[in-house]
Ligand binder design. Sequence first.
Ligand code: PLP
Length: 399
Amino acid sequence: MLEQIEPAPADAILGLTAAFNSDPRSEKVNLSVGVYKDEHGKTPILDCVRTAATELAAEAATKSYLPIPGLVEYREAVCDLLFGSGHEVIEGKRIASAQTPGGTGALRVAGEFIKANLPGATLWHSDPTWPNHPNVFNACGLPLKKYPYFDSQNDRLDYEGMLAALKKIPAGDVVLLHGCCHNPTGVDPTGQQWTEIASVLRERGVLPLLDFAYQGFADGIEEDAAGLRAFSTEGAELMVCSSFSKNFSLYRERVGALAIVGKTAESASALQTQLNAVIRRLYSNPPAHGAEIVNKVLRSATLREQWIADVAAMRRRINNMRQGFVDGLAEAGVPGDFSFITQQRGMFSFSGLSKEQVESLRDEHAVYIVGSGRINVAGLTPTNLKYVAEAIGDVVGQA
Ligand code: PLP
């Protein structure tokens, strides 16, 4: 029975890392997967995480199961971080929530929840989007459609196109939006545009689903929640998938959350039972370690302060690399104006390189970026920056 099964196609992003790892060239640079690296090219364990983990090891009293939706304290701390403590959705007990295995786990639980509870709903995602979005939601059996997002001629948000498309989405459908640091384009709506998008969706009776995987990587932890909070108005419904992989550098611990905001407290209680039912049949209950770390850091004034400083340092380093990259491209004589790279937010830059140029970069220079032309700026360092800029200069020159 098993012998006839063909190999699956390589993953669009993680497949590249597998190829990178087996590349023997010493000059190789991996700018594909969305992982933060410091100026030495290492993905660090944050000091606040190390301290919290040490304290937890000393305090640990049991390894019994967590409840189906995870640690209560963690879920509350996450909701404070997302909506702001004391927000009406929290005080009004309008949130059903769950601790999930990473942001991807939150997306999958959200997809399964939609499939089970909103029969017939189509999920609309931006064009382009993170390639794993269609994978996850297809696996849930949801019909998918796209709305326009990026104006590649001018390297900016196609706001007019996006809004026009959102205004035609039928009531009862779900719209997936990136809460900040849109992946792969690095282009987000402004505060004013978020407010307008939120009111269009609300008027149409369309449910917003925000994927919020990069809180703190654009302007700041509070600032980056502005989009999400534009949706969290009196009586409004929404879903939020969040992740601590990037902003806590806890990638392998798989720490995320799903928050579903209902119209009323009674509705939220019903949503919580349906959410629990989905999780019970998917993975029963989540792993504890990563969420316990995040909970400890968020609840300790000292560790929280350290964490906020750590996120600010990661953000500053990425922004310095953006400027360094633009300067490096100019020094390498690459024709064109690349200043848009400094305007993009989060880990990624949408370089505008063609599929062929991306392939030449990999084959001729051992520089790995995603086929869409997405570059992980957080993987650039003062050491590899010049090499990467010159390699891009070379492949652009060949075109
Ligand atoms: N959503 C987006 C847009 C992402 O880029 C990522 C990670 O790359 C995720 C969700 C999932 O993150 P996690 O590693 O927490 O599953």
